[in-house]
Write a protein of this length. Structure first.
Length: 547
């Protein structure tokens, strides 16, 4: 009875200056939460603050505040910053248009934003309710106090600091970033008893101090699962990209005891994508982070375990069991193993790039660095979809974005819809027949030497930011001696694999693959090697990451 009475006095507030949108949000909230919570609607930041002060005086509780970003006089971030002083424990959600996602990301550091939602949120069963359900559950279990965020102190141009920020962001762990040379950064260093010589410094929400943490240590401290709960499973999935997450969903939904093992962050390279517009089922597009979050929650819904920051180093057959060995010497066994290890970005071999990786040179989208590119000239190396998606995302804040493409045009490697978008974006330029000859800089990227592949002429340009998308290689070296691979490292499967491990001639398949005889209904070893039609004609080393 006490909990029911408390819920009746607990408020979910929505603030939007557009009366139509305000009524629509309130309608959807009442439909789902009206029986347990009071839905309070305001149409300006000022009136919402007045309402919050009245609620505070009456002793009412506020669980969640949803505020639109674009409001006159006081925008959503400014409102939430003041609301934080009145109800510091309320969960904060910013409603944004697609063009305002940069502002939403910035708000994470300004107002400890818990989530941002893109408008429109239809259908709410998919885009609104799951988010609010999680926030309300977190609010209830926090004893109505604000949850302190993880803090990261480091140097702006530090590869290690960049790695830590990217790890937290990709694993959707809220954190606040402080440069070591700012007053707040210095205060945190002093409070932690550090002189700033060893960075980054991570202070967890519980107050634990980590100095130059390794991924496994960091994952364990911020609440990510790193240790399996059992020694034996029905199914082990290795790799947490879309294919691995899909396998975990299907395995767990069929009642198999399933564990997914990922060495860095779920989502794989697709999870790093700023925008995916040709993924089935998302006609309005979806960011890699949103896709990953939904897939991860779906796998968890069916009971799949997800282990993060665990590197697999070996695979063995032990009777009817398949044994997966980790880098720390531990192991788990299972009836079946699915390999979904994906690929890693190929490294640019130009002189200077290895030393500047993480200090102006980045592989993949590096979305954590996007805010720092505001007003700067950005170079992107590559001509496939990943490069095009990054160019469109970064162009919203960068002064200019230049795509450096080795080939003669984008048409051979990039989807038509992306080429059209790039052509229509004024601050994106495309330089074909151009490669990076060298990267220059002391502690961070300062200049690039570009070479024209036809004339051989070189040009020195100023640059602080370069993002590289030049194909990928399979992550299968650790399978040497365990599973048959071709000369480029791709796993042989299906009709490519004969009983003696050699590649058969077309139409010559006969007999059974006794080496991989199934011992479990779902099949013992599985691997997917099916490039998209656009990639099919390219050498594997030049194929872009899926999707």
């Amino acid at each position: 009875m006490a909990q029911a009475a408390e819920s009746a006095r607990t408020v979910i507030m929505t603030v939007d200056d557009d009366p139509g949108v305000s009524r629509a949000v309130a309608r959807d909230l009442r439909r789902r939460y009206g029986e347990s919570y009071r839905i309070v609607r305001a149409e300006s930041g000022e009136s919402a603050l007045d309402a919050l002060r009245e609620l505070k005086l009456r002793g009412d509780l506020v669980a969640v505040i949803l505020a639109d970003y674009r409001m006159p006089q006081m925008n959503g971030i400014e409102f939430l910053e003041q609301a934080l002083d009145v109800y510091p424990g309320a969960r904060r959600v910013l409603l944004t248009a697609y063009a305002d996602t940069d502002a939403a990301i910035d708000a994470i550091n300004v107002v400890d934003l818990d989530h941002y939602l893109l408008k429109p949120w239809d259908p709410p069963e998919e885009k609104l309710y799951p988010v609010l359900d999680d926030l309300l559950e977190a609010w209830r279990t926090s004893d109505y106090r604000p949850v302190p965020a993880t803090k990261v102190v480091g140097h702006r141009w530090s590869a290690r600091s960049s790695d830590v920020r990217e790890f937290l962001a990709r694993n959707q762990v809220p954190y606040r970033w402080y440069s070591a040379d700012t007053p707040e950064g210095l205060r945190l260093l002093s409070a932690a008893g550090q002189d700033g010589q060893r960075l980054p410094l991570v202070i967890t929400a519980e107050g634990n101090v980590l100095v130059e943490p390794e991924p496994a240590e960091l994952a364990a401290e911020v609440g990510l699962a790193t240790t399996p709960t059992a020694d034996f499973y029905d199914l082990v999935v290795i790799g947490g990209g879309p294919a691995g997450l899909g396998a975990a969903v299907y395995g767990a939904s069929e009642g198999l005891r399933t564990v997914l093992v990922e060495r860095s962050a779920t989502g794989g390279q697709a999870g790093q994508s700023s925008r995916i517009e040709n993924y089935l089922g998302f006609p309005d597009g979806v960011s890699g982070a949103q896709l990953t979050d939904r897939a991860r929650r779906q796998a968890g819904k069916f009971g799949a375990e997800i282990l993060t920051a665990r590197e697999v180093t070996g695979l063995e057959v032990n009777g009817s069991a398949r044994v997966v060995r980790f880098a720390d010497g531990s192991a788990v066994a299972a009836h079946a193993v699915i390999l979904a290890t994906g690929v890693s970005y190929r490294q640019l071999e130009a002189p200077g790039t290895p030393d500047l990786t993480g200090c102006g040179v980045y592989y993949g989208s590096a979305l954590t660095e996007a805010a720092s590119c505001q007003g700067h000239d950005v170079y992107i190396v590559g001509g496939a979809n990943s490069a095009g998606q990054a160019a469109m995302y970064l162009s919203r804040g960068a002064k200019s974005v230049t795509l450096l493409v080795r080939g003669g045009s984008l048409a051979a490697s990039m989807s038509y819809y992306l080429i059209q978008q790039i052509n229509e974006t004024e601050n994106i330029s495309v330089r074909t027949g151009t490669v990076v000859e060298a990267a220059h800089g002391s502690d961070h990227l300062e200049q690039l030497t570009l070479r024209d592949t036809e004339s051989g002429k070189t040009e020195l340009v100023d640059a602080q930011w370069m993002f590289v998308f030049i194909g990928a290689a399979p992550l299968t070296d650790w399978l040497d001696g365990s599973v048959h691979r071709d000369g480029r490292g791709f796993i042989l499967s299906g009709p490519d694999l004969t009983p003696d491990g050699t590649r058969p001639r077309a139409g010559s398949w006969t007999g059974r693959r006794t080496t991989w005889r199934p011992t479990f209904p779902a099949c013992s070893w599985r691997a997917t090697r099916a490039p998209s039609p656009r990639n099919a004609s390219r050498p594997p080393s030049e194929r872009e990451p899926w999707p």
